[in-house]
Design a protein around this ligand. Structure first.
Ligand SMILES: [Mg+2]
Length: 287
């Protein structure tokens, strides 16, 4: 999930700029974390701690106001509403990455990504966006072959992942829906050669850049086995220390690419196993 946060920070200055090139400095003076990072950490904390996700979303949003939240979401959070509002916004996908890293089976990843979305984004496209993003991370983590990952995600979620970035880019514009962001974020990963290249791909589409880079970044982190050290060194000082502390807890427990461990931890709420040990993770499409 740290890869999602680094993507958000790099993308933060491109959100409204319509950047259509891969040639830009990764970090500039104003690069900072946005709502995508805050809510990614809220979900991460929920997974680590247990409890009611709505409370985590309310508390984190209140603690980190004015970070570029979507209008409907911000009204929902600041009113302390507890009812979902049928959103299919890309917020469901940008906050979900920890789920893809934390669970042992695809069934659990799909179940928990749905839970992470439906407290606000209970529209089928909102749930689908979260599940597809988390499933991609899970498959990437498992060492999935990209072509097979692509076909599995197309079959399961109905997205068309056949387009190339060069075909998408000219007409693509800011889009804050799941169905207008997640397929493009996946394609940005599928065309990448490294974590950094994946982030550059996502931002080069000229859309909701921080969210695209956040979605792509989580998948690329899983696939390439972590975030390059120099990017981590530049991103960490730009992250609030309270958020960084949760990131550290998560990475200590799950690691960006850790495969080994000794204990299996049972989540108090559900009995679902979260990853913490060498377990059997069922995946149809990994080698
Ligand atoms: Mg944002």
């Amino acid at each position: 999930m740290f890869g999602a946060i680094v993507g958000d920070i790099i993308g933060s200055v491109h959100e409204w700029s319509g950047t259509k090139t891969k040639d830009f400095p990764l970090f500039v003076e104003h690069s900072t974390f946005t709502d995508d990072s805050v809510l990614t950490v809220a979900i991460t904390d929920w997974i680590l701690t247990g409890g009611n996700l709505v409370d985590f979303l309310h508390t984190y949003t209140e603690s980190f106001p004015h970070r570029g939240y979507g209008g409907f979401y911000y009204r929902w959070a600041t009113a302390r509403s507890r009812e979902p509002y049928n959103s299919f916004g890309n917020g469901a996908a940008m906050r979900v990455s920890a789920v893809g890293f934390a669970f042992e089976t695809m069934d659990e990843v799909l179940t928990w990504s749905k839970r992470s979305a439906e407290v606000t984004h209970n529209h089928p496209q909102g749930i689908r966006g979260a599940q597809a993003t988390a499933a991609a991370i899970y498959l990437a983590r498992e060492g999935g072959i990209r072509d097979r990952m692509k076909h599995a995600l197309e079959a399961q979620f109905g997205y068309d992942l056949g387009a190339r970035l060069d075909d998408i880019r000219p007409a693509y514009a800011f889009n804050e829906t799941c169905q207008g962001t997640v397929p493009q974020g996946l394609i940005a990963f599928f065309e990448s050669t490294s974590y950094e290249d994946a982030i550059r791909n996502a931002i080069s589409l000229g859309g909701d850049a921080d969210t695209l880079a956040c979605i792509t970044g989580g998948i690329a982190e899983a696939y390439y086995g972590g975030v390059p050290r120099e990017l981590e060194a530049a991103a960490m000082p730009r992250l609030d220390s309270r958020l960084a502390a949760v990131v550290s807890r998560f990475r200590e427990r799950f690691g960006p690419s850790t495969r080994a461990g000794s204990e299996s931890v049972r989540d108090q709420d559900s009995g679902s196993r979260v990853r913490g040990g060498v377990g059997c993770r069922g995946s149809g499409v990994s080698d």
